[in-house]
Design a protein around this ligand. Structure first.
Ligand SMILES: [Zn+2]
Ligand SMILES: [Zn+2]
Length: 106
């Protein structure tokens, strides 16, 4: 299976590590620090209307909630009330910062 067609099998909030762990359908495991995820929020409010996605420096906040949107994305709710970020599975997989994913891109 192509990595970009993978879907999350299990999504777990890890409050101690302040990170989100996703186990993918192709067996891959990703871990995202909350600050990292928050900074890559794809919503128009964070990203503006530019075509290029950029990392934004948001005040530190906790990941409060995770909701599945359709069968293609997760909606993340933050402790500062921000809840408009719809993270598509593909976007999430692209954000995986593990060494394996980086060596695939290289
Ligand atoms: Zn946002
Ligand atoms: Zn990875």
């Amino acid at each position: 299976m192509h990595a970009r067609a993978a879907t999350p099998k299990e999504v777990r909030r890890l409050p101690e590590q302040r990170s989100l762990r996703i186990a993918w359908s192709d067996g891959h495991l990703s871990e995202y620090p909350w600050e990292y995820l928050r900074g890559w929020c794809p919503c128009a409010g964070c990203q503006g209307h530019g075509t290029e996605r950029r990392f934004i420096h948001a005040p530190p906040s906790d990941l409060n909630g995770i909701a599945v949107v359709g069968n293609y994305a997760l909606c993340l709710t933050w402790s500062d009330g921000h809840d408009t970020g719809i993270y598509s599975y593909r976007h999430l997989r692209d954000l995986c910062a593990c060494t394996q994913c980086h060596s695939i891109e290289a």
